[in-house]
Design a protein around this ligand. Structure first.
Ligand code: ZN
Length: 161
């Protein structure tokens, strides 16, 4: 069957940046399984997979707007270190969950200068063009339970229950 809304799709993928550096990949023997049409993949990749079938291989370039979003400088803020008390050994590159006016948000510590810590609320891949090599390993209809949960179960899915 070809891929459409409510398909459970199993893929192997490699994700590279503009320079060709590998950012992420599926593990050999452990393809990624996802429920198509439910926002579980970035929109630019999901769109290109629609209508494809088992055995198809494709190379997809996804612009930031169809990936993890444009980089938003307004999501970068500096806070005094004492605002982060309770967090030990703050280092650049750490991922934290910060309380913001809009609720909890994942942020990355990008810089520490004296008593000030710079937090970046952008997704680490925001603003990046994404280059995927994808091979489709399998396509099947989702079960009722998978549709109710909005994600994949079973041997190819994540452990959830
Ligand atoms: Zn579930």
């Amino acid at each position: 069957m070809s891929i459409g809304t409510d398909s459970v799709v199993t893929i192997h993928y490699t994700l590279k940046d503009d320079a060709g550096a590998v950012l992420d990949h599926s593990e050999p023997g452990e393809p990624l399984a996802y429920l198509h049409g439910h926002g579980n993949l970035i929109p630019g990749l999901e769109k290109e997979l629609t209508g494809k079938d088992t055995g198809d291989a494709l190379t997809v370039t996804v612009a930031p707007a169809d990936g993890y979003g444009e980089y938003d400088a307004a999501l970068v803020q500096s806070v005094p270190r004492r605002a982060l008390r309770g967090i030990k050994d703050i280092k650049a590159g750490m991922r934290l969950h910060a309380q913001t006016e809009e609720g909890p948000r994942a942020v990355t510590v990008t810089k520490i200068m004296g008593d000030m810590v710079t937090l970046d609320g952008n997704h680490p891949l925001a603003g990046k063009s994404l280059h995927f090599d994808v091979r489709i390993e399998g396509v099947r209809p989702a079960t009722e339970e998978e549709l109710a949960h909005g994600h994949v179960h079973g041997p190819d899915g994540h452990d959830h229950h």
